[in-house]
Ligand binder design. Structure first.
Ligand SMILES: [Zn+2]
Length: 85
């Protein structure tokens, strides 16, 4: 394949992409909007703001990242000593 043929092939694939991307984006946006609407009444995590079907006793979502673990540990310690922030 010559350099010219390669650049023609690249041009052709770029030409086809905008429509595909626009369609993909429209579908994704619609799906996200629908999910957002359905979850609008769900509670949000006190730490990260993530919507969850159910929060744990400490008001957090089910994530187990370090900040979530730290929050749980600190909140449990505060509850144990009877003081709240
Ligand atoms: Zn969270």
């Amino acid at each position: 394949m010559t350099g010219h043929e390669v650049s023609d092939a690249v041009d052709a694939s770029i030409d086809e992409q905008p429509a595909a991307w626009a369609l993909h984006r429209a579908v994704t946006t619609a799906a996200l909007a629908e999910i957002d609407q359905r979850q609008a009444h769900h509670p949000t995590c006190a730490l990260c703001g993530q919507r969850a079907l159910k929060l744990d006793k400490l008001g957090l979502c089910s994530k187990v990242s370090e900040p979530h673990k730290k929050w749980r540990a600190e909140t449990r310690a505060e509850l144990a000593t009877g003081r709240r922030r």
